[in-house]
Design a protein around this ligand. Structure first.
Ligand SMILES: Cc1cc2nc3c(=O)[nH]c(=O)nc-3n(C[C@H](O)[C@H](O)[C@H](O)COP(=O)(O)OP(=O)(O)OC[C@H]3O[C@@H](n4cnc5c(N)ncnc54)[C@H](O)[C@@H]3O)c2cc1C
Length: 449
């Protein structure tokens, strides 16, 4: 907790990453007497909690990607740089970008987030689709539409796994994605693909744990399983994934699920850059930071959000959540301002609003506040909407399209999805499935008894 040395009147804060944490910090410093350089590989902020709505064609990409320059257009002290940071020198607080430019700050804030962790599962990084960026979500949406289009053109491809979706991971992202795909299959596809036997679609969710939504209560585990199964999702719990190939997923125990669309929601690790910085790292490659969110030995280097490993008062590291990242960003800005004012820093205190996950139309679980007051169903869905609208306003993402989606989704008025996409083929249909999918007879092909 060392205050900054005396020096020139105007100080510079370099922030790498414009997610919840980076934006939270930059917003809090906007309009103050420090200069801020905000660097991100994208020229937009991506609101990750709504990625699966983008992937399942419920919300347009524009509604979850907010242009950064526009966000800070009124803040003369905030400069936005679009660049990939490839190296960090914590001693001099200097970052180097892929094009060779360097940026040095009096303070350096690392907020580069997380990425999928495939846990070295053979074939997973090559053949499964992660969901950790807007690009990932657009790629998954294109794949979902590609397999539906292919099955519509040639129903024989259903045997080849064209309409079999496998979601790996039973945490919030996996459950929300499986629920979103079920909604696409049950409500959107029948309107868009008139001749396709959509009832032949299969959705599998695999997790090596024995319950969905592990951090929630037993009641929530059962509720999530009931809603997903009601919507046609087949659960494979207590089962790990051994291998992903271009045509199937192999599970422990010998089951093979033929599929051309495998979604990886199996866990996260700190982003690439973290592994290239010489700083102590903990579980999941997270860079360890102290209670004031700075790195031991480098008091003017802060690490926040998903990339950071900060011990919580309950023990263990703070969870990788948007609300934690946003509050850590805001807190870091306050500590920087305290340094500049010659005042002591404060240890980070998380205002816990609870945890929640959406499962499907009108169905969600929420455990509100630090005391985890439990809600299920429509009321949890409304709370989910409220908390996400609050998060969106924290990072200045447009709320109007989200609220209108939430209302239409809840009331059942949502019109079918947006299926415009580029027609590039990514599935190699010439490679046959090892084990064809058993076909379900269509209602009109079942002989009358
Ligand atoms: C599908 C999904 C659903 C989720 N749902 C919820 C939810 O409902 N509620 C909730 O609280 N949390 C949710 N989360 C978690 C939440 O989104 C994260 O905890 C939060 O985004 C972390 O914020 P961050 O700023 O640390 O990282 P991020 O939001 O990941 O931002 C990191 C930024 O750094 C940039 N970056 C990374 N590396 C570099 C580099 N080398 N050079 C330049 N820029 C770089 C990236 O482009 C990105 O903009 C969800 C996450 C996912 C993936």
């Amino acid at each position: 907790m060392t205050p900054a040395d005396d020096g020139p009147a105007r100080r510079r804060v370099v922030i790498v990453g414009a997610g919840f944490a980076g934006i939270g910090c930059a917003r809090e410093l906007a309009g103050t007497d420090v200069d801020v350089t905000l660097i991100d590989r994208n020229n937009y902020h991506q609101f990750l909690p709504l990625l699966y709505q983008v992937a399942t064609a419920q919300i347009a990409s524009d509604d979850v990607g907010t242009p950064l320059r526009n966000q800070f257009r009124h803040d003369e002290n905030v400069e936005v740089v679009q660049a990939e940071v490839v190296a960090v020198d914590p001693a001099t607080r200097t970052v180097t970008t892929a094009d060779g430019a360097t940026y040095t700050g009096d303070f350096l804030v690392l907020a580069t987030g997380a990425r999928a962790n495939f846990y070295r599962t053979p074939g997973a990084d090559e053949h499964a689709l992660p969901l950790y960026s807007l690009t990932d979500a657009e790629r998954l949406r294109a794949r979902i539409i590609e397999v539906f289009d292919a099955a519509d053109r040639d129903p024989g491809l259903i045997d080849q796994g064209a309409l079999t979706f496998v979601v790996v991971g039973g945490g919030a992202t996996g459950v929300e994605t499986a629920g979103g795909i079920a909604d696409f299959v049950n409500r959107v596809a029948p309107e868009e693909y008139h001749d396709l036997h959509v009832h032949e679609a299969r959705i599998h969710l695999v997790d090596h744990g024995h319950a969905l939504l592990a951090p929630f209560s037993d009641k929530a585990h059962e509720y999530a399983a009931k809603v997903l199964q009601r919507d046609g999702v087949r659960l494979h719990l207590g089962t790990g994934v051994q291998e992903v190939t271009p045509t199937c997923v192999r599970l422990e125990g010998g089951t093979t699920l033929p599929s051309r669309c495998v979604i990886w929601a199996g866990g996260v690790q700190a982003g690439d850059l973290a592994s290239r910085i010489a700083l102590p790292r903990g579980r999941g490659g997270r860079v360890l930071a102290g209670h004031d969110l700075s790195v031991e030995g480098y008091p003017r280097v802060f690490v926040i959000g998903d990339v950071a490993g900060v011990e919580s008062p309950e023990g263990g590291l703070y969870p990788q959540l948007g609300s934690v990242a946003l509050q850590q960003g805001q807190w870091t800005a306050k500590n920087i301002r305290s340094d500049l004012a010659g005042q002591p820093r404060q240890a980070f205190h998380y205002h816990d609003k609870g945890i929640m996950a959406m499962i499907g139309r009108g169905a969600a679980v929420a455990e509100m506040g630090a005391k985890r007051h439990e809600l299920h169903g429509a009321i949890a869905f409304s709370s989910w909407l409220g908390v996400h609208a609050w998060l969106m306003s924290g990072v200045r993402t447009r709320v109007d399209a989200f609220i209108s989606w939430g209302w239409d989704y809840f009331s059942g008025n949502r019109s079918p999805g947006l299926i415009a996409h580029d027609s590039a083929q990514t599935v190699d249909w010439s490679q046959p499935a090892e084990i064809p999918v058993p076909r379900t007879p269509t209602p009109d092909s079942v002989p009358a008894s």
